[in-house]
Ligand binder design. Structure first.
Ligand code: RUB
Length: 309
């Protein structure tokens, strides 16, 4: 797929979820590198950088996107010729895609071990890694039940219940505001992440922090499933993760909004759950307390990693 098509699909949320967005960007850069005809190595680099910029500017919150783009684009560094640069980008993109898929499988395996036979699990939004843990526990023979939220305004919960239904898992579908009413029936909360900050705070779909806060009050453990490439290196140097605010029309139709001139619709797509409301973050390298996020950034992303911007 060409870069502009992938970028458009990410913007419109036809491709969504932090892991899928990152892999789609890697595929787009690989295909672009393969197809690109440029008069010189410098021109090739310039075109690739333009493509990388287009992809990174699609959605601002999921740090997996700039992390993946950076990993792939680092193939251009030190390439003496255009052909070397092309090969390096293709190799790095393929490596990232494979390691991302491997990470999703590893997290499912590790996360499933935290789910006991007879557990009821609550999940919010649609995270392939969080669902991976739940499905792995079910496939491992554990008798489990799930509460899945609706996820206003974009209804990602509909994708979640379809996946759970198809996997044969008993599922309860609830509106977002019903979490507190059911939290005492829940043994464990599992969600995904768009970004993990150096202080262990997790950025995920709007409403996650309310779920985690409710779980903490009810003494229900909260697990976050997050590949290491969802940790945000630039938070080490004090940068904050930008929370995407989407159009108000996703919440209230424009024709109604127009009749209410004193009303402003606010539509942040993500929120921040502080480390104190999270028990463990499950990565492909193993489970860590959120307070150890710094170690993941140092050991697995490295100080030298720069988010492409
Ligand atoms: C998706 C979302 C998901 C994370 C993790 O938001 O918040 O929980 O991206 O997903 P949106 P995954 O629908 O706005 O992209 O585990 O699939 O990477």
């Amino acid at each position: 797929m060409i870069v502009s098509e992938t970028a458009e699909k990410i913007k419109k949320m036809e491709i969504r979820g932090a892991g899928r967005i990152a892999r789609a960007a890697a595929v787009a850069l690989r295909d672009h590198a393969l197809a690109l005809r440029a008069p010189s190595n410098a021109a090739f680099r310039q075109e690739m950088e333009k493509a990388a910029g287009t992809l990174v500017s699609t959605r601002p919150t999921a740090v997996s996107l700039p992390n993946a783009v950076h990993l792939v684009m680092a193939g251009l560094d030190g390439a003496a010729t255009m052909e070397e640069a092309r090969v390096a980008v293709v190799q790095r993109a393929d490596t990232f895609i494979q390691s991302s898929q491997h990470a999703v499988e590893k997290i499912a395996e590790f996360g499933a071990r935290h789910i006991r036979d007879g557990d009821t699990i609550l999940t919010h939004c649609n995270s392939e890694v969080a669902l991976g843990c739940i499905i792995a526990a079910h496939r491992g023979g554990k008798d489990i039940e799930v509460f899945a939220t609706e996820v206003r305004p974009r209804n990602q919960g509909h994708i979640t219940i379809k996946t759970l239904n198809d996997a044969g898992i008993k599922t309860n579908f609830i509106v977002d505001s019903a979490v507190r009413s059911f939290i005492n029936d829940v043994d464990l909360v599992i969600v995904g992440a768009d970004a993990v900050s150096v202080n262990g705070a997790v950025v995920n779909k709007i409403g996650t922090s309310q779920v985690a806060h409710t779980a903490a009050e009810a003494r229900v453990n909260v697990l976050v499933a997050a590949e290491t490439y969802k940790f945000a290196p630039r938070t080490v140097i004090g940068e904050l993760i930008q929370i995407e605010e989407r159009p108000g029309s996703e919440v209230l139709p424009d024709e109604i909004a127009r009749t209410l001139p004193n009303v402003t619709v606010r539509n942040p797509a993500f929120d921040v759950t502080p480390a104190e409301f999270i028990d463990l973050i499950i990565t492909e390298q193993g489970a860590i307390p959120p307070q150890m996020a710094y170690i993941i950034i140092r050991e697995y992303l490295g100080w030298e990693i720069k988010e492409f911007q």
